[in-house]
Design a protein around this ligand. Structure first.
Ligand code: ADP
Ligand code: ASP
Ligand code: MG
Length: 406
């Protein structure tokens, strides 16, 4: 008998029929003699709908209240799934984030989990129930409801698995596992049997939304065995595991993209020590994560400073940057929220040269202009116009030989 955490994403619980299908899978796992904790997301499209309602009322809604609204999506699904399980004769109990509780910091909209107390879930299991847990939700120390950022149910699941020392955390989704790139935009993408935590971390942080980045961080830190697989079939999926367990060492192992990027340029900034800190400090204080930063060499005592942030932070970041720019005597601020970031990832890039050149040549051959570049030992990211995203992903995937052999 094992303790299994299963997480079902939005598309897997998108309709009542799909919820019944999930209930069947869960009941089967329970009948096989396992203790089962199910973590579910909101029904597909629901979180967007809820956030949309708030944005119809306010351009920049209060984030504490936004979380109160967004967190309700998951509450509906746990209730419906518990009802479906009970209807099938399988004892089930729904548990909201605050009832567990999942304690987080107070960074609304993207809260971080601080601690999960396992007793409520453990008691439900002891009493013979399947515990049906709401993903995405937390509660801060003042008792306010928080959410864990888009895709946060993955993190709820892995964190619960870590807290309960579960044998495995199965992430059920609408694709068969983790692929060399998004199989929905590149028909040639190849499913990986295994992927290292490090590579998965990198892919997730660069936009491969199959796992939220923090779920991978938790998995790595607490040694949770993560199995990403389809909720629509029984095919084995992808195991996320330690680097030592992986045999394959391709130079480039995956291509990721993110369309949720925006770019801000501060034009004609005086080139003096301390200016960058003055621009980035208020952004950091507002919990806005700045990603790629590009600064020109100054010849006239002035420079242009460009950086990217998440698109959902765009309006807030523009307001803050406009104020900071005025304070430091910059000329103006311009922004563009139709930016994408395409990245290639591979552990073996550490010891290979010429990879960046190949990226640039591949994109140049398609006439795709590079707006910014950022590199680390194991990844190269380029900023491009959003409309070229799919094309860039496909040509890079092809030129690094990642596809299925013909
Ligand atoms: P869920 O609703 O189950 O959480 P998501 O939509 O968040 O599902 O994540 C699954 C999606 O991630 C897939 O449908 C696919 O389009 C996308 N994806 C992006 N990159 C990858 C990748 N490398 N491997 C698999 N799926 C990927
Ligand atoms: N429902 C939330 C979202 O759409 C959390 C999740 O699905 O993981 O972001
Ligand atoms: Mg998801």
């Amino acid at each position: 008998m094992a303790l299994i955490v299963q997480k079902y994403g939005g598309t897997s619980v998108g309709t009542v029929e799909k919820i019944k299908n999930v209930a069947k899978r869960v009941a089967r796992t329970k009948e096989q003699g396992n203790d089962v904790v199910v973590v579910v997301s909101a029904m597909s499209g629901e979180t967007n709908r809820l956030l949309g309602l708030a944005h119809q009322i306010s351009e920049l809604p209060n984030e504490r209240e936004l979380d109160v609204v967004a967190a309700t999506g998951e509450q509906v699904t746990i209730g419906l799934l518990a009802i479906a399980l009970t209807e099938m004769g399988c004892k089930a109990k729904s548990i909201c984030g605050f009832q567990i509780p999942v304690l987080t910091d107070a960074a609304y909209v993207k809260a971080r989990i601080r601690q999960i107390r396992g007793e409520t879930i453990t008691q439900a299991l002891k009493d013979g129930f399947v515990a049906v847990v709401a993903g995405f939700q937390g509660i801060d120390e003042t008792g306010s409801i928080t959410t864990l950022g888009r895709g946060g149910s993955d993190t709820s699941a892995v964190a619960v698995a870590a807290a309960l020392k579960a044998d495995v955390c199965e992430i059920y989704t609408d694709v068969d596992g983790v692929y060399t790139t998004d199989p929905n935009i590149c028909a040639d993408a190849r499913k990986l049997d295994k992927i290292s935590f490090e590579e998965m971390l990198e892919l997730a942080s660069l936009g491969a939304k199959v796992l939220q980045i923090r779920s991978v961080e938790f998995g790595m830190k607490y040694g949770v065995r993560i199995h990403v697989r389809s909720s629509f079939n029984d095919n084995p999926g992808t195991i996320v595991t330690t680097e030592e367990e992986i045999m394959e060492t391709a130079v480039v192992s995956g291509v990721a993209y993110s369309k949720s990027e925006a770019k801000i340029t501060v034009v004609k900034v005086p080139d003096r020590p301390g200016i960058a800190a003055k621009i980035f400090k208020p952004l950091s204080e507002a919990n806005i994560v700045v990603d790629v930063i590009v600064q020109n060499v100054s010849v006239t005592g002035f420079t242009d400073l460009t950086f990217t942030i998440g698109r959902t932070d765009y309006k807030k970041a523009m307001r803050i940057t406009e104020k900071a720019a005025k304070d430091v005597g910059a000329e103006r601020v311009v922004g563009d929220d139709k930016i994408a970031k395409v990245s290639i990832v591979g552990m073996a890039m550490r010891s290979h040269s010429g990879v960046a050149l190949k990226v640039f040549e591949t994109l140049a051959a398609e006439g795709i202009n590079i707006l910014g570049i950022s590199t680390s030992e194991i990844k190269i990211s380029v900023l491009i116009e959003e409309k070229y995203t799919e094309l860039a992903v496909r040509v890079l995937h092809g030129s690094f030989g990642l596809g299925n052999p013909a």
